[in-house]
Design a protein around this ligand. Structure first.
Ligand code: ADP
Length: 248
């Protein structure tokens, strides 16, 4: 079982990943969509707000109004487009937010408004056993039925852990973890799990979230995590062959 997360920030080539994924079986796709959220928010005259935690992790600040835009952009638009595209390539894809079937139930955290979700594994098992590929995106929900923002990298890690996946692929708009974030030639190719803490020092902003997700996944028994570019031909094949940052 493989869990694939594709980024939604500017510079990601989601379609590239879908083309390479479609012929494969036994995977769950998770996606974010920050570019879609930002452009819809701008079109509606509601610019996004961000929070930075003391350790430097940047999170989207989501009040009730922003949550509406977030849900419209991710679940309404992007998720549906991804599902339709996979269907057109012969994959039995099924779109799910964290609210569908109570897939991701969590609670708000006081400070950062991030959440730690519980995954409804039974739902994923039912789908996977019947040949459906779950295509998952935030939001998650609370027990009380409130929609909440959640980080797609961490969702992917949680799902990988819950399904005991061998591999978690995190596709993004850079070749992997870079020693010098602005220089793609400084790719860190291999991070042994016991040195993950040290390598966290190289990651800023959103890359830090990917390393935290990788750590969570490995600690929960996932075999390996690869952070790789979505902007190359055959991105899945390449990532599986170890091109990118392999954390294991
Ligand atoms: P996605 O939507 O693809 O998940 P993110 O914006 O969440 O993308 O994360 C990728 C970004 O992390 C990169 O575009 C880069 O700006 C930033 N980043 C910070 N530190 C590093 C680093 N050491 N190596 C690579 N990227 C980094």
């Amino acid at each position: 079982m493989m869990i694939v997360k594709v980024g939604g920030a500017d510079g990601n080539d989601i379609d590239n990943v879908l083309i390479d994924l479609a012929p494969r079986k036994d995977f769950v796709l998770v996606h974010g969509g920050s570019k879609e959220v930002d452009s819809l928010a701008a079109a509606l005259g509601r610019p996004p707000k961000f929070l930075t935690s003391p350790s430097g992790v940047v999170s989207r600040y989501t009040d009730a109004q922003t949550m509406e835009v977030f849900t419209m952009a991710l679940a309404g638009k992007l998720n549906t487009q991804i599902v339709a595209r996979l269907q057109s390539m012969g994959t039995k894809a099924l779109g799910l937010t964290g609210a569908d079937g109570g897939l991701l139930v969590g609670r708000r955290k006081e400070a950062v408004r991030a959440v730690d979700n519980r995954v409804n594994v039974e739902l994923l098992d039912v789908l996977l056993k019947n040949g459906y590929v779950p295509v998952v995106c935030p939001p998650a929900m609370t027990e009380q039925g409130e929609l909440i923002n959640t980080d797609a990298d961490r969702v992917a890690a949680k799902i990988a852990a819950a399904l005991k996946a061998d591999t978690l692929l995190l596709f993004t708009n850079v070749p992997g973890l870079l020693r010098e974030p602005s220089d793609p030639s400084t790719l860190i190719k291999h991070v042994p799990r016991d040195q993950l803490e040290y390598f966290m020092n190289f990651a800023y902003g959103r890359m830090k979230k990917k390393l935290i997700a990788a750590k969570d996944a490995l600690e929960a028994g996932v075999g390996k995590v690869v952070i790789a570019s979505s902007n190359v031909e055959d991105p899945v094949e390449r990532a599986l062959s170890g091109l990118g940052t392999v954390i294991e």
